[in-house]
Write a protein that binds this ligand. Structure first.
Ligand code: GDP
Ligand code: MN
Length: 397
Protein backbone atom coordinates (compact mmCIF):
# COMPACT_ATOMS: atom_id res chain seq x y z
CA UNK A 1 0.00 0.00 0.00
CA UNK A 2 1.44 3.32 -1.08
CA UNK A 3 1.27 6.39 1.13
CA UNK A 4 1.34 10.11 0.50
CA UNK A 5 4.53 12.01 1.15
CA UNK A 6 3.09 13.66 4.27
CA UNK A 7 2.05 10.29 5.70
CA UNK A 8 5.42 8.72 4.92
CA UNK A 9 7.14 11.64 6.64
CA UNK A 10 4.90 11.21 9.71
CA UNK A 11 6.05 7.61 9.99
CA UNK A 12 9.70 8.54 9.52
CA UNK A 13 9.46 11.25 12.17
CA UNK A 14 7.89 8.79 14.61
CA UNK A 15 11.10 6.77 14.39
CA UNK A 16 13.32 9.78 14.91
CA UNK A 17 14.25 10.38 11.28
CA UNK A 18 14.73 14.08 10.67
CA UNK A 19 12.28 15.43 8.10
CA UNK A 20 11.49 18.66 6.35
CA UNK A 21 8.51 19.73 8.46
CA UNK A 22 5.13 20.34 6.96
CA UNK A 23 1.38 20.41 7.50
CA UNK A 24 -1.16 18.99 5.08
CA UNK A 25 -3.92 21.29 3.78
CA UNK A 26 -7.15 20.63 1.87
CA UNK A 27 -7.66 24.18 0.59
CA UNK A 28 -5.83 27.49 0.32
CA UNK A 29 -7.26 28.81 3.60
CA UNK A 30 -5.88 25.81 5.46
CA UNK A 31 -2.61 26.24 3.59
CA UNK A 32 -2.23 29.79 4.91
CA UNK A 33 -2.98 28.62 8.46
CA UNK A 34 -0.42 25.83 8.04
CA UNK A 35 2.20 28.27 6.80
CA UNK A 36 1.62 30.62 9.77
CA UNK A 37 1.96 27.73 12.19
CA UNK A 38 5.16 26.54 10.53
CA UNK A 39 6.63 30.03 10.69
CA UNK A 40 5.94 30.11 14.43
CA UNK A 41 7.62 26.75 14.89
CA UNK A 42 10.57 27.06 12.54
CA UNK A 43 11.06 30.76 11.97
CA UNK A 44 11.09 30.42 8.20
CA UNK A 45 8.90 32.73 6.16
CA UNK A 46 9.25 30.78 2.92
CA UNK A 47 7.34 27.61 2.23
CA UNK A 48 7.13 24.94 -0.44
CA UNK A 49 3.68 23.88 -1.58
CA UNK A 50 3.72 20.24 -2.59
CA UNK A 51 0.95 18.35 -4.37
CA UNK A 52 0.05 15.14 -2.53
CA UNK A 53 -0.57 12.41 -5.09
CA UNK A 54 0.72 8.88 -5.40
CA UNK A 55 3.27 9.63 -8.11
CA UNK A 56 6.83 10.88 -8.23
CA UNK A 57 8.25 13.57 -10.47
CA UNK A 58 5.81 16.14 -9.07
CA UNK A 59 8.42 18.87 -9.24
CA UNK A 60 8.78 18.39 -13.00
CA UNK A 61 5.03 18.46 -13.47
CA UNK A 62 4.57 21.77 -11.64
CA UNK A 63 3.31 20.19 -8.43
CA UNK A 64 6.04 21.60 -6.16
CA UNK A 65 6.31 25.39 -5.88
CA UNK A 66 8.11 27.82 -3.63
CA UNK A 67 6.03 30.49 -1.87
CA UNK A 68 7.85 33.54 -0.51
CA UNK A 69 4.98 34.99 1.49
CA UNK A 70 1.48 34.13 2.69
CA UNK A 71 -0.13 35.63 -0.40
CA UNK A 72 1.89 33.27 -2.57
CA UNK A 73 1.02 30.36 -0.28
CA UNK A 74 -2.65 31.11 -0.82
CA UNK A 75 -2.27 31.54 -4.59
CA UNK A 76 -0.09 28.50 -5.19
CA UNK A 77 -2.14 26.20 -2.95
CA UNK A 78 -5.23 27.37 -4.83
CA UNK A 79 -3.57 26.59 -8.15
CA UNK A 80 -2.23 23.19 -7.16
CA UNK A 81 -5.29 21.85 -5.32
CA UNK A 82 -7.73 20.71 -7.97
CA UNK A 83 -5.17 20.64 -10.76
CA UNK A 84 -4.62 17.58 -12.90
CA UNK A 85 -0.98 16.85 -12.25
CA UNK A 86 0.84 15.15 -15.10
CA UNK A 87 4.30 13.80 -14.28
CA UNK A 88 6.56 11.21 -15.91
CA UNK A 89 5.08 8.71 -13.44
CA UNK A 90 1.36 9.35 -14.03
CA UNK A 91 -0.77 8.30 -16.98
CA UNK A 92 -1.28 10.83 -19.79
CA UNK A 93 -4.47 12.07 -18.09
CA UNK A 94 -2.55 12.84 -14.91
CA UNK A 95 -3.78 12.70 -11.34
CA UNK A 96 -6.21 15.00 -9.60
CA UNK A 97 -4.67 16.80 -6.62
CA UNK A 98 -6.91 16.85 -3.54
CA UNK A 99 -4.47 18.21 -0.97
CA UNK A 100 -1.08 19.85 -0.59
CA UNK A 101 1.69 19.64 1.93
CA UNK A 102 2.82 23.06 3.10
CA UNK A 103 6.44 22.54 4.10
CA UNK A 104 9.16 24.70 5.58
CA UNK A 105 11.64 25.89 2.96
CA UNK A 106 14.89 24.16 3.78
CA UNK A 107 16.98 25.37 0.85
CA UNK A 108 18.86 28.59 1.14
CA UNK A 109 19.32 30.41 -2.17
CA UNK A 110 22.83 30.41 -3.58
CA UNK A 111 23.97 28.05 -0.86
CA UNK A 112 26.69 25.82 -2.29
CA UNK A 113 27.01 23.95 0.99
CA UNK A 114 23.73 22.08 0.53
CA UNK A 115 23.73 18.69 -1.07
CA UNK A 116 20.99 16.41 -2.37
CA UNK A 117 21.38 12.65 -2.03
CA UNK A 118 19.29 9.67 -3.03
CA UNK A 119 18.45 6.86 -0.62
CA UNK A 120 16.08 3.93 -0.69
CA UNK A 121 15.55 0.89 1.51
CA UNK A 122 14.03 -2.22 0.01
CA UNK A 123 14.18 -5.98 -0.13
CA UNK A 124 16.60 -7.70 -2.47
CA UNK A 125 14.56 -10.77 -3.32
CA UNK A 126 17.44 -12.67 -4.89
CA UNK A 127 19.72 -12.43 -1.87
CA UNK A 128 16.92 -12.49 0.69
CA UNK A 129 18.40 -9.42 2.37
CA UNK A 130 17.34 -5.86 2.85
CA UNK A 131 19.36 -3.30 1.03
CA UNK A 132 20.01 0.40 1.14
CA UNK A 133 20.58 1.96 -2.26
CA UNK A 134 22.10 5.39 -2.23
CA UNK A 135 23.74 7.93 -4.44
CA UNK A 136 25.41 11.31 -4.40
CA UNK A 137 23.19 12.19 -7.37
CA UNK A 138 19.97 12.95 -5.50
CA UNK A 139 17.07 15.20 -6.34
CA UNK A 140 16.92 14.04 -9.93
CA UNK A 141 15.57 11.10 -11.83
CA UNK A 142 17.33 8.08 -10.33
CA UNK A 143 16.46 5.93 -13.38
CA UNK A 144 18.50 8.34 -15.46
CA UNK A 145 21.42 8.16 -13.03
CA UNK A 146 21.23 4.35 -13.17
CA UNK A 147 21.36 4.45 -16.94
CA UNK A 148 24.04 7.06 -17.53
CA UNK A 149 26.27 6.84 -14.47
CA UNK A 150 25.58 3.50 -12.76
CA UNK A 151 28.87 3.71 -10.83
CA UNK A 152 27.38 6.57 -8.81
CA UNK A 153 24.77 4.28 -7.27
CA UNK A 154 25.90 2.22 -4.28
CA UNK A 155 24.14 -0.62 -2.50
CA UNK A 156 24.61 -1.91 1.01
CA UNK A 157 23.08 -5.27 1.87
CA UNK A 158 21.81 -5.84 5.38
CA UNK A 159 21.36 -9.24 6.91
CA UNK A 160 17.95 -9.18 8.62
CA UNK A 161 19.36 -11.42 11.37
CA UNK A 162 21.95 -8.89 12.49
CA UNK A 163 20.27 -5.70 11.35
CA UNK A 164 22.21 -2.69 10.16
CA UNK A 165 25.67 -2.71 11.71
CA UNK A 166 27.24 0.59 12.80
CA UNK A 167 30.13 0.26 10.32
CA UNK A 168 27.63 -0.01 7.47
CA UNK A 169 25.99 3.29 8.39
CA UNK A 170 29.44 4.89 8.54
CA UNK A 171 30.42 3.40 5.19
CA UNK A 172 27.35 4.97 3.59
CA UNK A 173 28.17 8.37 5.08
CA UNK A 174 31.74 8.00 3.84
CA UNK A 175 30.72 7.00 0.30
CA UNK A 176 28.48 10.05 0.18
CA UNK A 177 31.60 12.14 0.64
CA UNK A 178 30.70 13.49 4.07
CA UNK A 179 32.93 14.35 6.97
CA UNK A 180 32.73 15.90 10.41
CA UNK A 181 29.30 16.68 11.82
CA UNK A 182 27.53 15.84 8.54
CA UNK A 183 29.15 12.39 8.57
CA UNK A 184 27.85 11.68 12.07
CA UNK A 185 24.41 13.05 11.22
CA UNK A 186 24.23 10.84 8.13
CA UNK A 187 25.23 7.70 10.04
CA UNK A 188 22.47 8.49 12.55
CA UNK A 189 19.98 9.24 9.76
CA UNK A 190 20.70 5.91 8.05
CA UNK A 191 20.34 3.97 11.30
CA UNK A 192 16.98 5.51 12.15
CA UNK A 193 15.78 5.18 8.56
CA UNK A 194 16.57 1.47 8.55
CA UNK A 195 14.89 0.97 11.92
CA UNK A 196 11.80 2.76 10.61
CA UNK A 197 11.75 0.54 7.52
CA UNK A 198 11.89 -2.69 9.52
CA UNK A 199 9.57 -1.72 12.34
CA UNK A 200 6.88 -0.19 10.15
CA UNK A 201 6.70 -3.38 8.03
CA UNK A 202 7.42 -1.37 4.92
CA UNK A 203 8.24 -2.92 1.60
CA UNK A 204 9.91 0.19 0.24
CA UNK A 205 11.25 3.56 1.29
CA UNK A 206 12.52 6.01 -1.26
CA UNK A 207 13.88 9.30 -0.01
CA UNK A 208 14.83 11.57 -2.88
CA UNK A 209 16.26 13.97 -1.98
CA UNK A 210 17.92 13.41 1.36
CA UNK A 211 19.21 16.91 2.03
CA UNK A 212 22.38 18.03 3.73
CA UNK A 213 21.79 21.60 4.87
CA UNK A 214 24.57 24.17 5.10
CA UNK A 215 24.57 23.70 8.87
CA UNK A 216 25.17 19.97 8.42
CA UNK A 217 21.71 18.66 9.21
CA UNK A 218 20.59 15.60 7.27
CA UNK A 219 16.86 15.40 6.51
CA UNK A 220 14.26 13.70 4.35
CA UNK A 221 12.80 16.29 1.97
CA UNK A 222 10.66 13.76 0.11
CA UNK A 223 9.31 10.36 1.20
CA UNK A 224 7.86 7.59 -0.85
CA UNK A 225 6.72 4.87 1.54
CA UNK A 226 5.00 1.58 0.70
CA UNK A 227 3.72 -0.59 3.53
CA UNK A 228 3.66 -4.34 2.96
CA UNK A 229 -0.01 -5.23 2.35
CA UNK A 230 0.45 -8.51 4.21
CA UNK A 231 1.37 -6.62 7.38
CA UNK A 232 -1.55 -4.21 7.40
CA UNK A 233 -3.57 -6.45 9.71
CA UNK A 234 -1.12 -5.67 12.51
CA UNK A 235 -0.47 -2.06 11.49
CA UNK A 236 -3.97 -0.65 11.84
CA UNK A 237 -2.69 2.90 12.26
CA UNK A 238 -1.06 2.66 8.83
CA UNK A 239 -3.97 0.77 7.24
CA UNK A 240 -6.10 3.81 8.12
CA UNK A 241 -3.84 5.98 6.00
CA UNK A 242 -5.11 4.33 2.81
CA UNK A 243 -6.37 6.93 0.33
CA UNK A 244 -8.75 5.13 -2.00
CA UNK A 245 -8.95 8.19 -4.25
CA UNK A 246 -5.41 7.41 -5.36
CA UNK A 247 -6.15 3.84 -6.33
CA UNK A 248 -7.68 2.24 -9.41
CA UNK A 249 -11.47 2.20 -8.72
CA UNK A 250 -11.98 -1.26 -10.25
CA UNK A 251 -9.19 -2.67 -8.08
CA UNK A 252 -10.74 -1.08 -4.99
CA UNK A 253 -14.11 -2.65 -5.78
CA UNK A 254 -12.55 -6.05 -6.50
CA UNK A 255 -10.59 -5.86 -3.26
CA UNK A 256 -13.79 -5.24 -1.30
CA UNK A 257 -15.23 -8.42 -2.85
CA UNK A 258 -12.13 -10.36 -1.85
CA UNK A 259 -11.02 -10.80 -5.45
CA UNK A 260 -7.34 -10.57 -6.17
CA UNK A 261 -7.50 -8.27 -9.21
CA UNK A 262 -4.83 -6.19 -10.92
CA UNK A 263 -5.77 -3.98 -13.84
CA UNK A 264 -3.50 -4.24 -16.91
CA UNK A 265 -3.41 -2.63 -20.34
CA UNK A 266 -4.46 -5.50 -22.63
CA UNK A 267 -7.67 -6.67 -24.30
CA UNK A 268 -8.26 -10.21 -22.99
CA UNK A 269 -9.88 -10.43 -19.59
CA UNK A 270 -8.99 -13.46 -17.51
CA UNK A 271 -10.68 -15.24 -14.67
CA UNK A 272 -8.54 -17.88 -13.02
CA UNK A 273 -8.32 -19.74 -9.74
CA UNK A 274 -4.86 -19.63 -8.23
CA UNK A 275 -2.14 -17.03 -8.72
CA UNK A 276 0.26 -19.41 -10.47
CA UNK A 277 -2.34 -20.52 -12.98
CA UNK A 278 -3.32 -16.88 -13.47
CA UNK A 279 0.24 -16.02 -14.44
CA UNK A 280 0.48 -19.03 -16.78
CA UNK A 281 -2.81 -17.93 -18.33
CA UNK A 282 -1.44 -14.47 -18.97
CA UNK A 283 1.52 -16.04 -20.75
CA UNK A 284 -0.88 -18.14 -22.79
CA UNK A 285 -2.84 -15.09 -23.86
CA UNK A 286 0.37 -13.38 -24.96
CA UNK A 287 1.45 -16.41 -26.95
CA UNK A 288 -1.95 -16.41 -28.64
CA UNK A 289 -1.28 -12.84 -29.79
CA UNK A 290 -3.40 -11.10 -27.19
CA UNK A 291 -2.54 -8.96 -24.19
CA UNK A 292 -4.00 -9.69 -20.76
CA UNK A 293 -6.40 -6.97 -19.58
CA UNK A 294 -6.03 -8.02 -15.99
CA UNK A 295 -4.72 -10.46 -13.47
CA UNK A 296 -7.58 -12.05 -11.57
CA UNK A 297 -7.43 -14.82 -9.04
CA UNK A 298 -10.96 -15.72 -7.93
CA UNK A 299 -9.63 -18.04 -5.25
CA UNK A 300 -10.98 -21.42 -4.24
CA UNK A 301 -14.74 -20.91 -4.47
CA UNK A 302 -15.70 -20.52 -8.11
CA UNK A 303 -19.47 -20.68 -7.55
CA UNK A 304 -22.10 -18.81 -9.57
CA UNK A 305 -22.09 -15.75 -7.30
CA UNK A 306 -18.34 -15.41 -7.35
CA UNK A 307 -18.12 -15.96 -11.11
CA UNK A 308 -20.75 -13.29 -11.67
CA UNK A 309 -18.90 -10.82 -9.46
CA UNK A 310 -15.70 -11.54 -11.35
CA UNK A 311 -17.40 -11.12 -14.75
CA UNK A 312 -18.79 -7.76 -13.65
CA UNK A 313 -15.39 -6.57 -12.49
CA UNK A 314 -13.65 -7.67 -15.70
CA UNK A 315 -16.32 -6.07 -17.89
CA UNK A 316 -15.87 -2.66 -16.28
CA UNK A 317 -12.69 -2.44 -18.30
CA UNK A 318 -13.83 -1.21 -21.69
CA UNK A 319 -10.71 -2.47 -23.43
CA UNK A 320 -11.77 -6.10 -22.88
CA UNK A 321 -12.53 -7.81 -26.21
CA UNK A 322 -12.76 -11.39 -24.93
CA UNK A 323 -12.70 -13.23 -21.63
CA UNK A 324 -10.78 -16.38 -20.94
CA UNK A 325 -11.93 -18.38 -17.93
CA UNK A 326 -9.29 -20.88 -16.89
CA UNK A 327 -10.27 -22.87 -13.83
CA UNK A 328 -8.66 -25.93 -12.37
CA UNK A 329 -11.21 -28.12 -10.64
CA UNK A 330 -9.31 -29.84 -7.89
CA UNK A 331 -11.25 -29.42 -4.68
CA UNK A 332 -14.19 -27.90 -6.52
CA UNK A 333 -15.43 -30.17 -9.32
CA UNK A 334 -15.43 -28.78 -12.86
CA UNK A 335 -19.09 -29.60 -13.48
CA UNK A 336 -20.08 -27.45 -10.52
CA UNK A 337 -17.93 -24.60 -11.82
CA UNK A 338 -19.50 -25.05 -15.29
CA UNK A 339 -22.98 -24.82 -13.82
CA UNK A 340 -21.90 -21.74 -11.92
CA UNK A 341 -20.67 -20.09 -15.10
CA UNK A 342 -23.89 -20.90 -16.97
CA UNK A 343 -25.97 -19.53 -14.10
CA UNK A 344 -23.88 -16.37 -13.81
CA UNK A 345 -24.09 -15.81 -17.55
CA UNK A 346 -27.88 -16.17 -17.50
CA UNK A 347 -28.17 -13.77 -14.53
CA UNK A 348 -26.18 -11.16 -16.34
CA UNK A 349 -28.40 -11.11 -19.39
CA UNK A 350 -27.15 -8.57 -21.90
CA UNK A 351 -24.27 -7.37 -19.78
CA UNK A 352 -21.90 -9.75 -21.53
CA UNK A 353 -21.10 -8.48 -25.01
CA UNK A 354 -17.77 -10.14 -25.63
CA UNK A 355 -16.97 -13.76 -26.47
CA UNK A 356 -16.16 -16.01 -23.54
CA UNK A 357 -13.86 -19.00 -23.69
CA UNK A 358 -14.01 -21.40 -20.81
CA UNK A 359 -11.33 -23.92 -20.10
CA UNK A 360 -12.02 -26.26 -17.24
CA UNK A 361 -9.53 -28.93 -16.30
CA UNK A 362 -9.51 -31.40 -13.43
CA UNK A 363 -12.22 -33.54 -11.88
CA UNK A 364 -15.15 -34.05 -14.29
CA UNK A 365 -13.62 -31.80 -16.94
CA UNK A 366 -15.35 -33.60 -19.83
CA UNK A 367 -18.71 -33.37 -18.13
CA UNK A 368 -18.10 -29.67 -17.56
CA UNK A 369 -17.38 -29.17 -21.25
CA UNK A 370 -20.68 -30.85 -22.10
CA UNK A 371 -22.53 -28.53 -19.72
CA UNK A 372 -20.98 -25.49 -21.38
CA UNK A 373 -21.54 -26.78 -24.92
CA UNK A 374 -25.19 -27.68 -24.22
CA UNK A 375 -26.00 -24.42 -22.45
CA UNK A 376 -26.97 -22.67 -25.66
CA UNK A 377 -24.94 -19.65 -24.59
CA UNK A 378 -22.26 -17.90 -26.61
CA UNK A 379 -19.52 -19.56 -24.63
CA UNK A 380 -16.72 -21.57 -26.20
CA UNK A 381 -15.35 -24.46 -24.22
CA UNK A 382 -11.95 -26.06 -24.05
CA UNK A 383 -10.26 -28.71 -21.99
CA UNK A 384 -6.65 -28.40 -23.12
CA UNK A 385 -4.55 -25.28 -22.64
CA UNK A 386 -3.68 -25.18 -26.35
CA UNK A 387 -7.34 -25.42 -27.37
CA UNK A 388 -8.05 -22.40 -25.20
CA UNK A 389 -5.15 -20.49 -26.74
CA UNK A 390 -6.36 -21.28 -30.27
CA UNK A 391 -9.84 -20.08 -29.42
CA UNK A 392 -8.51 -16.82 -27.99
CA UNK A 393 -6.61 -16.34 -31.24
CA UNK A 394 -9.75 -17.08 -33.23
CA UNK A 395 -11.97 -14.57 -31.42
CA UNK A 396 -9.33 -11.83 -31.56
CA UNK A 397 -8.75 -12.15 -35.29
P1 GDP B 1 9.11 14.92 -6.57
O1 GDP B 1 9.41 15.82 -7.71
O2 GDP B 1 7.76 14.30 -6.67
O3 GDP B 1 10.18 13.91 -6.35
O4 GDP B 1 9.03 15.86 -5.26
P2 GDP B 1 10.17 16.33 -4.21
O5 GDP B 1 9.57 16.34 -2.88
O6 GDP B 1 11.40 15.51 -4.37
O7 GDP B 1 10.44 17.82 -4.64
C1 GDP B 1 10.94 18.14 -5.91
C2 GDP B 1 12.03 19.16 -5.80
O8 GDP B 1 11.55 20.33 -5.18
C3 GDP B 1 13.22 18.74 -4.95
O9 GDP B 1 14.15 17.96 -5.65
C4 GDP B 1 13.80 20.05 -4.56
O10 GDP B 1 14.74 20.49 -5.53
C5 GDP B 1 12.61 20.99 -4.54
N1 GDP B 1 12.30 21.31 -3.14
C6 GDP B 1 11.78 20.49 -2.21
N2 GDP B 1 11.72 21.11 -1.02
C7 GDP B 1 12.22 22.35 -1.22
C8 GDP B 1 12.45 23.47 -0.35
O11 GDP B 1 12.22 23.46 0.84
N3 GDP B 1 12.97 24.60 -0.94
C9 GDP B 1 13.27 24.67 -2.25
N4 GDP B 1 13.74 25.80 -2.72
N5 GDP B 1 13.10 23.63 -3.07
C10 GDP B 1 12.58 22.48 -2.57
MN1 MN C 1 11.48 13.42 -4.91
Amino acid sequence: MNLHEYQGKEILASFGVRIQRGIVAQNSKEAVEAAKKLTEETGTGWHVIKAQVHAGGRGKGGGVKLAKNLKEVEELAGQIIGMNLITPQTSAEGKKVHQVLVAEDVYYPGDSETNEFYMSVLLNRSSGKNMIMYSTEGGMDIEEVAEKTPHLIFTEEIDPATGLLPFQARKIAFNLGLSGAAFKEMARFVASLYKAYVESDSSMFEINPVLKTSDDKIMAVDAKVAIDDNALFRRKEYAEMRDLREENPIEVEAGALGLNYVDLDGNVGCMVNGAGLAMATMDLIKMAGGEPANFLDVGGTADAKRVEEAFRIILQDEAVKAILVNIFGGIVRCDRVANGIVEAYKNMGDAIKVPIIVRLQGTNAELAKEIIDNSGLAVESAVQFQEAADKVKEVLS
